[in-house]
Every structure is written in C-alpha cells, then in structure tokens.
Ligand binder design. Sequence first.
Ligand SMILES: [Zn+2]
Length: 197
Amino acid sequence: MVPHNLADALAEAGRRMDARNWVPGSAGNLSARIDDQTIAITRSGVHKGRLTAEDVIAVDYAGNALAQGTKPSAETLLHCQLYRLFPPVGAVLHGHSVAATVLSMQGAITFSNYEILKAFGFATHELDVVLPVYENDQDIARLAAWIEPLLVRDPPVGYVIAGHGVYAWGTSVEHAYWRLEALEFLLSCELERRRIK
Ligand SMILES: [Zn+2]
C-alpha cells in the first residue's frame, strides 16, 4: 500500500538522521503524503536508523492504520495535521536532537541574521525568525488541537515541542530533510552562541 519509492526515501532519511544523532532509541517519526486520503508513516517503536519497508505503514488523515495489526507512531496526528493544513507539504520529519531538546527547555527561540535562513525561502539574512516552542503533552490529540490555530495564523518554518524535539516539513522527503538540517544547524549555532556568551 505504501509505494516503494516513498518507503525507501523515508528509510534513507532515517539513516541520515540517525548518523547525526537526531533519533536516539526509537525516537522520532517520519512520514510522506501518498495521496489526498493516505499518508505513509513509520510504525511505533522501531529504530529510525534501521527502517525496513515493513516499518513504513499507511494511515488515513485521522491517523488510523489502514492494515490490521499495524500501529503508527504515537505522534501521527501531528503529521496528519500538517498535511491537512498545508497542501504543498509532501513529507514531515521529526527527531529528538540534543540542541532542540536543551534549547526548547529555555523558552522561545529566535534566529537573527543567520545566512542559512535563506534555506527557508527568505530573500535576506537580515531578519528575525521565530521557531515556536510548544509545551509537551502526552495527549497528542489535545496538543494538535491546541497548536492548530497557531499554525494557521502564522505558518512557521518548523516547530519544537519543549524538552522533546523538532518538527520539519517540505514538499518531498529530500526537501523536508534539507529544512530539518537547516533547522538543526541553527539550533546548534544558537546553543554554541549561548555557551560562549
Ligand atoms: Zn517525538
């Protein structure tokens, strides 16, 4: 049910995220839009650096698995929400990096005057870009409902859940990976900058 090319692209993104230490343990989840009814997403409890085709399953936009006996990642509803709200989104990647985890426990994150901000389509580096930090909540449906008006009002370049990790997205798995990499670079810079202050 999940096209091979999408499963392969997600497995490759998982390996790359693992190589950067962004998905420790069974952390993180990766997804891609199949069509206007179906999403491919990693199943619960698997290591994202060692994904096989069986580890990527199909769900509907309400987060329900389409094949019996498969269980999607706990945070599936956050992925579904991004596909529902933003039609250009083709893939969503979520990891738990050290920089995102530590920085988000200190409150809001603003990136100012970094050249790499141009990776998000801005024409200049001379700007302040806020990366929203949302409170963590184990009730994912409640968390999704709470952040929905915030995402709609002011679509961010990505977001962080406090003490938890980053959500990044793009038009394809490769594009989402680029944007995640740029966000992780910015988070690492910000962490270093605060260290030497
Ligand atoms: Zn997570």
